[in-house]
Design a protein. Sequence first.
Length: 81
Amino acid sequence: MARGWESKDVESQVEAKKTMSAASAKGQKSPEDMRREQEKKDLQLSRTRIVNDLQNATHPNHRKSLEAALEHLDQKIAKLR
């Protein structure tokens, strides 16, 4: 009985592996898509950092610089959409 159970378990593992492989093959992205997604994530991370810096900035020139950088990042992010 244990041998039958093991073979069914192995069969189910093989079937699960085939299902996962088929699902991942459908969802594969091109290198260009992956590069664009990574660039977008990087820009959003930079944007978050600048927003946090802007909240703490007190000097007017520093605030202007951060606001300009924020506007530039927003434009780049919009182009990637």
